[in-house]
Design a protein. Sequence first.
Length: 312
Amino acid sequence: TKCGKEENFTNGNIIPYANIAISPFAGILNYGQGLLESLKAYRRDDGRVLLFRPEQNAQRMQIGAERLCMPSPSIEHFVEAVKQTVLANKHWVPPPGKGSLYVRPLLIGSGPVLSLVTAPEISFLIHACPVGNYHKGPINLLVEDKTHRATPGGTGDIKTITNYSPVYKAIAQAKARGFSDVLFLDAVTKKYIEEVSSCNIFIVKGNVISTPAICGTILPGITRKSIIEIALGFGYQVEERVIPLKDLFDVDEVFCTGTAVVVSPVASITYGDKRVEYKTGAETVSKKLYDMLTGIQTGRIEDKMGWTVEID
Ligand code: PMP
């Protein structure tokens, strides 16, 4: 078995952005054998370019590769490939404060298969494009109790491409009603909050910051992990626990974390005919955490954690 085995991916090269040729029988096209990762490269005030914790993405890809029965690149290989991609696209990294270069590594079953077996050829590829800020301001979430993003025993805790198809319809319906995104509940009891379609969630009450504990149905976000460490450093009490939906109705702040959304304050959560509003703006815990995280990511604040990797 090749499940999770580190392998050398050969023939690596940088090519201009273009469509790629793939077998119509490719494992990825027919059975969704594929993983994705997300990183952002930021430009510092002095022009240099930084990556944020890329080895964490590499590690998460390795865990996912084991689950999807694919070989995976080594951590060193992954990080080096990301670095080379960013280096080749350095001129596309926006100026400080104007966004970032979004980097998307993929590990896919590219070889042909008829049955449910690991594709005979696995490809590791990376594409990138400049992006601005994801959300323009505080977001409004709708709690969804009929659709589930992830189920126990499934693949909710790895970053597989097929984790996103279950949520398309719920997001489209929420957006049609004016909401920014959907907050999903656990699939078994529908009593506990899990995460939003592409980010983790935190709640703040006084000095206590809580986030759903990582279980088989929640993606272990790298931003989530970093925010927990930053919050502990600020002296907040941080709890990773099972969070009943009802807890959302008695907190000061809610915010979401992810590579794309960074730290996004939540202005309101709606569940059925209940709507709760939260504190947002300059004097919030989420703003303090956002400032510290983005300060480290962009090199404006000293990186005491050793989280950033310079490209050149
Ligand atoms: N949950 C899901 C389902 C996601 O797609 C993402 C984005 N990768 C996250 C959480 C946040 O993870 P990270 O902080 O590593 O981007």
